[in-house]
Design a protein around this ligand. Structure first.
Ligand code: NDP
Length: 297
């Protein structure tokens, strides 16, 4: 089996390089050209040519325009990368009977209420990033290709920047931190997403009827404020020297951003757990493992 991984250097893409390696021949690309291949999703013709050259059985697309605030002004680029490029991938795999594995977001929903979103719930994105990701989902579903789409939320990876690292950095210098307490979700490790992806690919190749749209997030729920408090308590317990003495809860309205954020990012993962016989660990276990790695404890 030949797998084409796009977005190999992102949080999820980096972990997928590890989790997909044992499944078959892996061609992993980012936006930079190598050996005549290029995974730049903003260049649709080159993307199509690259897919035709590689001739993969499975495309795993971890690349995306993820700058949520910038997407409000760079709408064309966000649409090309998140929607039109997904359509190109879907068309190409449909022609050869291959699979497209793709990621989307809870930002396709309105963020209202406090019930965890199900795959069948109505969509109503509150910002352009969410709208562009939704357009990508819809293009894939309309293409007739075989697909798995995983909607996830609040992704963190041990590599690069993440919310927990930012909180620890700020907590070293500041006595007080103000953190949003009315947005609720589940921090989900890029490594968990990659491992579930690899398991799901193996199962869906044997049982194609499992194709479809799934919600994938760690178990449990927390606010950004609760997440920050967990990180800081853990770091203190591990002996980190922090200046912070108070982590204050604030409302989203006290922290204006160019793009609106949904308040309810809870995802109901029942369908994924049932169809693939999976257990999803609680968010604390993934965050704690990442913190141990970051703090070298
Ligand atoms: P990252 O931002 O870590 O990675 C995205 C990758 O896409 C980066 O490596 C980036 O490359 C690449 N990329 C951006 N533009 C292009 C382009 N034009 N051509 C090729 N590559 C490009 O995101 P995640 O790994 O966290 O996200 C994985 C998936 O999960 C995405 O589909 C995202 O929408 C979804 N998701 C993410 C969430 C999150 O909290 N991060 C929440 C919900 C869903 P470069 O670094 O060069 O810009």
């Amino acid at each position: 089996m030949k797998i084409l991984l796009l977005g190999k250097s992102g949080q999820v893409g980096w972990e997928l390089q590890r989790s997909l390696a044992s499944l078959g021949e892996l061609v992993a690309l980012d936006r930079h050209p190598v050996d005549g291949l290029c995974g730049d999703l903003s260049d649709l013709d080159t993307l199509r040519t690259t897919i035709r050259t590689v001739r993969p059985d499975v495309i795993v697309n971890a690349a995306a325009y993820t700058a949520v605030d910038k997407a409000e002004s760079e709408t064309d680029l966000a649409d090309r990368v998140n929607a039109q490029a997904s359509q190109v991938m879907a068309e190409e795999v449909a022609m050869v009977g291959g699979w497209l594995i793709h990621y989307s977001t809870d930002y396709v929903f309105s963020g209202q209420g406090d019930r965890p979103w199900q795959e069948s719930d109505d969509v109503a994105p509150v910002n352009h990033y969410g709208a562009s990701k939704l357009a990508g989902e819809q293009a894939i579903m309309a293409s007739g290709c075989k697909y798995l789409i995983f909607r996830t939320s609040w992704v963190f990876g041990a590599r690069g920047n993440n919310f927990a690292k930012t909180m620890m950095r700020l907590a070293k210098d500041r006595e007080t931190l103000n953190v949003i307490a009315d947005q609720i979700g589940a921090p989900t490790g890029a490594d968990l997403i990659a491992d579930v992806t690899a398991l799901a690919i193996q199962q869906v190749l044997k049982r194609p009827e499992l194709a479809g749209l799934y919600h994938l997030a760690a178990a449990g729920e927390v606010s950004w404020h609760g997440y920050a408090s967990h990180v800081i308590d853990f770091a203190k317990a591990q002996g980190e020297e922090l200046a912070v003495t108070a982590v204050n809860p604030i409302d989203t309205t006290a922290y204006p951003t160019p793009a609106r954020r949904p308040l309810n990012s809870r995802l109901n993962t029942q369908k994924l757990r049932d169809n693939f016989s999976l257990h999803l660990p609680d968010w604390q276990s993934g965050v704690t493992r990442m913190l141990r790695e970051v703090l070298n404890k």
